[in-house]
Design a protein around this ligand. Structure first.
Ligand SMILES: NC(=O)c1ccc[n+]([C@@H]2O[C@H](COP(=O)([O-])OP(=O)(O)OC[C@H]3O[C@@H](n4cnc5c(N)ncnc54)[C@H](O)[C@@H]3O)[C@@H](O)[C@H]2O)c1
Length: 379
């Protein structure tokens, strides 16, 4: 049964933003906390299947509109902004419905399971004249921002190669949940973690165009029931149908390159480690974040062959989802920015993930056109 608000929808207070969040798992809860803390914003609606969690969160945030189904939340039609933090196959239908009733949408990553689905979301945002943004919270980490600063102030020079990764030892997000269903998730660690790695790496390198992708995927542990992280996620009973490790070489316009590795499960040292080693013409940077440390180990390397300087950088912890939500709300407050924030960045990442899977399936490199579509169609 769907809960109904106990009182009719409150009158819209002029100048205040009315926010709704679809999805009450870990991700949805980050959006709720961020809206709750944002000045001028009222979190008035949440939706999610878990009755107990929904009731607790509604009480915690004083939310009167608590629904079991995201469609009902969207159908209210009175929300200015809606966050979409549901299993990936539901991003497109919920976001498109939300855009069509005039809400600005902040979708969780990845934008969608495929570039094609992502394109439909971007089209809907453009038609509605509303914002569509994707939660790339990792690029808002303090340590990643410190690497970006070392690029921007010239310390690193022109970055020409990156080795970037997010590797887990036993971190399949709840074996048998929606995450391991090809239909519901669209893929494994590549679409889940790899999309973050692609985002922060391309961001740090100044958004070079990717011209070709060569990827290999493996599924050695997950299908044997190994490498689960425990925990509870939506959609129990799913088979293990996705990769558990992927390796990718990306060629960049102008000759640059990226080597990317990602795994949910692999026999290695640390339970969870992500980071980047960035090589530039004047210097380099090495960032490693182990087990979600708020700030990772960051060293910047400069000097020539004779004199070498290693500088340890203590970066502040970033504000993750809070920073992403604040930026989204700042864009919402400024209509002159709406057209620009149409989900294109998320779409570009989704197309690259498509290219990785196409390359892995074909067993060869795929070349990409200027829009990151595979040249010659399917690989
Ligand atoms: N940015 C990040 O750091 C980050 C971290 C974790 C997850 N995510 C993303 O957030 C999304 C959710 O992941 P999660 O880990 O919170 O998953 P989860 O399984 O813990 O939560 C999913 C939520 O969606 C709800 N849901 C499912 N169908 C629904 C429907 N029809 N209507 C309303 N609610 C519905 C479920 O009830 C559940 O509350 C995914 O896209 C994931 O990739 C992002």
């Amino acid at each position: 049964m769907t809960e109904r608000p106990s009182i009719p929808h409150e009158q819209n207070e002029p100048g205040r933003i009315r926010a709704g969040v679809v999805g009450i798992g870990w991700a949805g809860q980050q959006h709720m906390a961020a809206y709750d803390a944002a000045p001028g914003v009222d979190l008035v609606a949440i939706a999610g299947k878990e009755d107990d969690v929904r009731a607790e969160l509604a009480a915690q945030y004083g939310v009167t509109g608590a629904y079991a189904d995201g469609e009902e939340l969207v159908a209210r039609g009175d929300l200015d902004v809606i966050s979409v933090a549901v299993p990936t196959f539901l991003h497109a239908p919920i976001a498109i419905a939300a855009l069509r009733v005039g809400a600005h949408v902040l979708s969780e990553k990845p934008l969608a399971r495929t570039g094609e689905e992502g394109q439909a979301m971007v089209d809907a945002a453009r038609e509605a004249g509303r914002i569509l943004e994707v939660t790339f919270n990792h690029r808002r980490r303090g340590d990643i921002e410190a690497v970006r600063a070392a690029v921007e102030d010239g310390t690193i020079g022109r970055p020409y190669h990156a080795r970037a990764m997010w590797l887990r030892r036993a971190g399949i997000p709840a074996l048998g949940s929606w995450f391991t269903s090809a239909e519901m998730a669209g893929g494994g660690p590549l679409v889940d973690l790899g999309v973050h790695v692609l985002d922060w790496t391309l961001h740090l390198m100044g958004e070079p165009r990717v011209t070709a992708v060569s990827a290999v995927t493996h599924a050695e542990l997950g299908p044997r029931g190994l490498g689960g992280s425990g925990g509870v996620k939506h959609g129990t009973g799913s088979a293990y149908e996705v990769e558990d490790l992927a390796a990718v070489l990306l060629r960049l316009e102008g000759g640059g390159s990226i080597v990317l590795e990602t795994s949910w499960a692999s026999h290695r040292s640390t339970p969870d480690e992500f980071g980047i080693t960035l090589y530039g013409t004047e210097g380099g940077a090495d960032l490693s974040v182990v087990d979600y440390a708020p700030s990772g180990e960051l060293t910047v390397f400069t000097g020539d062959g004779e004199e070498r300087l290693d500088t340890r950088v203590e970066a502040p912890a970033g504000r993750g989802h809070a920073a992403v939500v604040e930026t989204f709300l700042a864009h919402v407050a400024d209509p002159s920015t709406w057209r620009e924030h149409d989900g294109s960045v998320g779409l570009s990442r989704a197309r690259l993930v498509d290219a990785c899977y196409a390359s892995a399936t074909a067993g060869r490199e795929v070349a990409l056109d200027e829009d990151l579509r595979i040249i010659g169609g399917d690989a």
